[in-house]
Design a protein around this ligand. Sequence first.
Ligand code: PXL
Length: 285
Amino acid sequence: MQRQKRVLAIHDISCFGRCSLTVALPIISAAGIETTVLPTAVLSTHTGGFTGFTYRDLTQDILPVVNHWHGLGLEFDAIYTGFLGSFEQINIVSTIFDMLKKEGVLVVVDPVMADYGKLYSIFPPNFPDGMRKLCRQADVIVPNLTEAALLLDEPYHDGPHTREEIEHILRSLASLGPKYVVVTGVSYDGIQLGSASYDTNTGEFSYTSETRIEPMYHGTGDVFASALVAALLDGRTLAAANAIAVQFTVASIARTKEAATDNRFGVNFEAGLASLNSLIAEYKV
Ligand code: PXL
């Protein structure tokens, strides 16, 4: 049997609403990967569409936790980070990358900060500068199109996009440093919605899409990135991991739509967990 992989997931815990650690931990674990968690904050809910949420900041605990692990000689096959609450947290995560990144460690950054053309209102206008710095240290980045525009300091427009525009975005993001780039929320025709990837090792561009489902559901970016991390660590190519993550996410959205759940409550990814391993196995070459 293959040696069990170990991922470090650095995100907040939004107690209710199915995003960040409450999504990353179950999805990556279901793929048979040991998942170590490093909570950066505890919120009563995520910040999308809820008001009055609580926020317990854990910034001061992050480095002492990592220092303890360092003393124990713990090593990770991947580090996966998403929503971060401040520049200070970005700087701390950057230090953690320096501490833990050795040959063969996959650093995955989902630069969670914006959607639909707008930076989330909780962040200052220069927040993309901090996320750009973190993306430069990453092997894999997973922005949506709004985050991609902010990282590149280029104008954003609603889709549909042309293939040339998307290839330009992917190549420009790769020039920041990551060898794998995935951009989510891509439509070439306004009907199909999916995700485009670029593997700088092979030069391969790929695109996987499904029929768009309205409305938008919160937490889908985290479901997508978590499934992508699981598939990559299980040895799939970037193009295969992208296809797996699209299928897993779209199936979760379809179940949620069927159940007419409040779109702030996240998506029903739980019903897909038992078959995640067989979905990943389908793409084995
Ligand atoms: O889904 C990303 C995310 C994670 N954590 C918190 C958030 C969001 C998105 O809004 O608010 C706290």
